[in-house]
Design a protein. Structure first.
Length: 106
């Protein structure tokens, strides 16, 4: 029986049986992190097998997942611009918190 590593949900993709998004694993992989680093440092709730499975899924469906990532990034940027113009100081605090979270995960 074939094992499933990625699940498609209404709002996106996640690692099967978890709440970790495929986006998170793929973006870490594309930034040059090894599967071992992704599993041990970024997402310790994932097994190395799950990380390799997610990466294999991405590589097998690269065109579709790259289009999905581009679309979600565009949606994020549109939302960010809309909220940034309305509440500049609050948006700056959110952006700083996001940067801190991203650097903490490395």
């Amino acid at each position: 029986m074939e094992k499933t590593y990625v699940q498609h949900r209404e709002d996106g993709y996640c690692i099967d049986g978890t709440r970790v998004s495929l986006d998170s694993v793929v973006l870490a992989f594309l930034q040059g992190l090894s599967p071992e680093t992704i599993a041990s440092e970024c997402f310790p709730t994932l097994t190395l097998e799950q990380v390799y499975g997610a990466i294999a899924y991405y590589l097998a469906h690269r065109t579709k997942i790259d289009a999905y990532l581009k679309r979600t990034d565009s949606e994020f940027q549109t939302l960010w611009r809309a909220t940034h113009g309305v509440a500049g100081e609050f948006s700056q605090k959110l952006a700083e918190a996001r940067r801190q979270m991203q650097t903490a995960g490395k």
